[in-house]
Design a protein around this ligand. Structure first.
Ligand code: SF4
Ligand code: SF4
Length: 348
């Protein structure tokens, strides 16, 4: 674990940052926001020139770098030789936003449970996470401000604040400090600039609705919603396509499958993302399903976000990134569901 340190603020020009990224590329793979077919995606870059200056929410979150959609976890032979496969390389993730940093915190805790997940944890260990704070809400479907995930405490190694011509930055831990000294150089401090950024951020977010009513009590509120009519109402529209889960930065369920080579002499064990909104997710070997009804699956998904996992991780397991809202063809929104459940809003 990295030791958390105090909050000195330093500054670096935008050109200085681009030069620092090119320097990092000599030692690390660097993933950052890039433009692709009018969308922006987090992808590996070969040069700082490929990095997009414009932030728009991505379809998939940066969780894909640490928990890929499909991953070989072991290989075996008919003779009984079993080899664990752990792929991890030194990587810098540049430009991750507060919602995704908070989502990463949920993932980090989930994969560190019990004996820990070596595949996920080794990738995190080998990575340097550089976040960029948001000064305003990025998109009409984002609702970070309803779950307080526009605020960053931990979850990245360095946090940048964009001030137009330059960034100011702070280290979040010792790993971040050592990295910044090596790649950013000594650029001097600027506390006034941070205060200016913060004032503008507070003013912008102050114009939003703010956190959900009873945010910290949502687990208790959700306990009493088993028979709420909203589950049946949403179920009438839901297509059970699972898109909402595929794009979610905090969903970490996976399926494990063995794939045997045609020669029957060797094979691989893979894990792939799975989705609790799919109709066969809760099927068991005897043929029954624990969540056959769509309404049960929607209720389960929302309880994972605002009840079960919220109790466990001490933060909502929905960070309000809005990806599921954008992906859902049926217009189903966790924000709207919570607002109806807490009585903030009536069904239109
Ligand atoms: S994306 Fe929408 S329609 Fe598809 S499973 Fe999720 S809630 Fe249902
Ligand atoms: S539930 Fe939707 S809004 Fe919430 S974190 Fe997941 S994708 Fe983002």
């Amino acid at each position: 674990m990295n030791k958390t340190i105090n909050r000195p603020f330093f500054q670096i020009t935008k050109d200085g940052m681009l030069a620092a990224i090119d320097k990092m590329l000599q030692d690390y793979s660097v993933a950052a926001l890039t433009e692709k077919n009018k969308n922006v995606v987090f992808d590996f870059v070969k040069s700082s020139a490929e990095i997009s200056n414009v932030y728009k929410p991505t379809i998939l979150s940066p969780k894909k770098f640490f928990f890929p959609q499909e991953e070989v976890i072991l290989e075996y032979t008919a003779e009984g030789k079993v080899t664990a496969i752990i792929e991890s390389k030194p990587m810098v993730l540049f430009g991750i936003r507060p919602c995704d940093i908070n989502a990463k915190k949920v993932m980090d805790e989930a994969f560190a449970e019990s004996n820990g997940d070596a595949n996920y944890l080794s990738k995190i260990e080998n990575s340097v996470i550089i976040g960029i704070d948001c000064k305003q809400v990025c998109d009409e479907d984002s609702f970070c401000y309803r779950v307080n995930s526009q605020e960053v405490t931990t979850g990245c190694d360095i946090l940048l604040y964009d001030l137009g011509e330059k960034y100011i930055f702070e280290y979040k831990n010792e790993k971040g400090r050592e990295f910044a000294i090596k790649y950013f150089g000594s650029q001097g401090s600027d506390h006034g600039a941070y205060d200016k950024f913060l004032k503008e951020k507070e003013s912008n977010f102050g114009k939003t609705e703010g956190p959900f009513k009873d945010l910290e009590y949502l687990p208790g509120v959700f306990e009493h919603t088993k028979d709420h009519p909203i589950w049946e109402e949403e179920a009438k529209r839901c297509l059970s396509c699972g898109s909402c889960i595929m794009v979610c930065p905090t969903c970490y369920c996976f399926d494990v499958a063995d794939e045997l080579a045609l020669n029957l002499k060797e094979g691989q064990r893979l894990r792939r993302w799975d989705a609790c909104m799919l109709s066969d997710f809760a099927n068991v070997a005897t043929g029954e399903s624990f969540r056959k009804e769509v309404s049960n699956r929607i209720r389960h998904r929302m309880n994972r976000k605002f009840n079960f996992l919220m109790r466990k991780h001490h933060q909502p397991a929905c960070v309000g990134c809005g990806r599921c809202v954008r992906a859902c063809l049926a217009d189903i929104s966790p924000k709207e569901i919570v607002e109806i459940i807490t009585g903030e809003k009536e069904r239109e």
